[in-house]
Design a protein around this ligand. Structure first.
Ligand code: IMP
Ligand code: MG
Length: 193
């Protein structure tokens, strides 16, 4: 598989790789199958499926996920921010544009990069439920074991990871590192080893 060359500038700040590009690709094939089964159980017909990626973090994930889904589906974006700039703790989910409308009787699938405090998914599910979709489910690539997120509904999870701040494959710190093809942790500031 082609990845960015070793020692690329964007890799210099990475301490440890937690999930490799190959592991992500393999798991997405399985997740797409799981999601397809879930949609069938919900009675989804192809005309009614809406995948809603939470921008910007899930951009890479959703683009790989949709290419594994055989369904006829639509993409509608949710633009939310919860970690402005250099924050490493969620500051609470905030809508940066109104949510898509016209979701009544649709089968809506929220797609996010990571479930951390759960605030984003909890907030979006509450808001979307007001439109009375036929079904509503969430798929996240990563989930951290946060006790406060234990009751947040999430039907499909790619990887359970330790409670560490991670970047890559769409996830950022201060807008950077989204283009890494894997998930990794950042070196502490000032560590040039
Ligand atoms: P939650 O609302 O706390 O569950 O956080 C969800 C959002 O915060 C995700 O969509 C990410 O954009 C961001 N986020 C949470 N944890 C991390 C992390 O470890 N690295 C980068 N972004 C994160
Ligand atoms: Mg996000």
């Amino acid at each position: 598989m082609t990845t960015i060359p070793g020692n690329a500038p964007v890799e210099a700040d990475i301490e440890r790789v937690l999930v490799t590009a190959d592991a992500i690709a393999d798991r997405i094939v399985e997740l797409a199958e799981e999601l397809g089964r879930g949609l069938t159980e919900s009675g989804a017909d192809d005309e009614g499926i809406v995948l809603m990626p939470v921008m910007t973090g899930s951009m890479l994930f959703v683009s790989d996920l949709v290419r594994q889904l055989p369904h006829k589906l639509r993409l509608e974006l949710a633009l939310v921010s919860s970690y402005p700039g250099t924050a490493k703790e969620s500051q609470g989910a905030k809508l940066n544009m109104p949510l898509p409308s016209g979701l009544a009787n649709r089968h809506v699938v929220l797609v996010d990069d990571i479930l951390d405090s759960g605030g984003t998914i909890r907030f979006l599910r509450e808001e979307l439920a007001k439109q009375a979709p036929a079904s509503l489910r969430s798929v996240v690539l990563l989930r951290k074991p946060r006790p406060d997120a234990a009751d947040v509904p999430c039907e499909h999870v790619g990887f359970e990871i330790p409670d560490e701040f991670v970047v890559g494959y769409g996830l950022d710190f201060d807008g950077l590192y989204r283009n890494l093809p894997y998930i990794g942790t950042l070196r502490p500031p000032g560590d040039t080893s």
